[in-house]
Ligand binder design. Structure first.
Ligand code: PDD
Length: 284
């Protein structure tokens, strides 16, 4: 069945939705995006995603396509029109369409596209089994704090993982793990301390990361925000990752080495549960 998608002010069946071939998202990956989860028809952590979107736009001197209230209304309308109970909403803003030139065009209206993806995100088989990851060099640009649509490096990473019989890749730079291809990553030391890379331009400032760390803090868990190596991760009691679509999920193997006893750890399970309870309280 065809979805109803949103393109520049219009709600259209997906097959009728079009964007200019001169759109700078298409020509230069000159765009930013957000992915939010929907459970029971409600949007999770909407305010956090909107704040990060505004930051991404600011960092790239890109105009805002509409007010944030309008953005929320579009999300809601898409949920209604597509009868979305559980799944994701993808939002993309690009600088708009203009004749090809590296310099930013002046006075061009940004393009705004949103679509839904119906998906079972609560009962994810990954939660039961955890995932296997490989490590690969982080070849991305140096402003990973901006959520841009230039995602070829993560795509190559996922393909490398697939070819190696793994589920994802952890990206390594100067000997330290930055993040997963599309998630923030954590280890749990044998004394229970959660270690995750500190915020900087090296990683995306995950909305789920912020919420999960808040939950961990409130549950009196110890947290260290600092870089860690693959060797330290392989020696840890647990490893896990967070993202808007996966919440918190365990990593059970890194580069062929089992983490702990090779099954999903208790800390990740507990954080996932607390996170879901807390985030549903503010779901819109
Ligand atoms: N990815 N790091 C990277 C590189 C990401 O692409 C993502 C999200 C995250 C987690 O951020 P958040 O908790 O705000 O989702 C970290 C989304 C889900 C995606 O590209 O589909």
């Amino acid at each position: 069945m065809s979805r109803i998608v949103y393109v520049n002010g219009e709600y259209l069946p997906e097959e009728n939705a079009t964007i200019s071939i001169f759109d700078r998202g298409f020509l230069f990956a000159d765009g930013v995006y957000e992915v939010t989860s929907v459970i029971d028809g409600k949007i999770l952590a909407f305010d956090g995603h909107v704040e990060r979107l505004q930051r991404s736009l600011r960092e790239l001197q890109m105009d805002t396509p509409c007010t944030m209230e309008e953005l929320e209304a579009i999300h809601r309308e898409l949920i209604v029109r597509n009868n979305l109970v559980e799944g994701l909403i993808y939002l993309q803003v690009t600088r708009g369409a203009a004749d090809r030139d590296f310099a930013f065009p002046v006075g061009v209206k940004p393009s705004l596209v949103l679509f839904t993806q119906a998906k079972n995100i609560l009962n994810n088989p990954v939660v039961e089994n955890g995932i296997k990851v490989i490590s690969i060099p982080d070849i991305r640009w140096h402003r990973r704090d901006i959520k841009t649509v230039q995602l070829l490096a993560p795509s190559l990473g996922k393909m490398a993982a697939k070819a190696a019989g793994a589920d994802d890749a952890w990206l390594v730079e100067d000997g330290f793990v930055t993040e997963g291809t599309s998630n923030n990553v954590y280890i749990v030391k044998k004394d229970g301390t959660i270690v995750t890379r500190n915020l900087s331009t090296d990683i995306l400032h995950g909305i789920t990361r912020a919420a999960v760390l808040k939950c961990a803090n409130e549950a009196q868990m110890k947290i260290e925000e600092r870089p860690f190596t693959i060797a330290e991760a392989q020696d840890a009691a647990e490893a896990f990752f967070t993202s808007a679509s996966a919440f918190a999920c365990s990593v059970v193997e890194i580069d062929g080495v089992k983490i702990g006893n090779g099954t999903p750890g208790e800390t990740a399970k507990r954080l996932r549960e607390i996170y879901l309870i807390e985030t549903m309280k503010t779901a819109k």
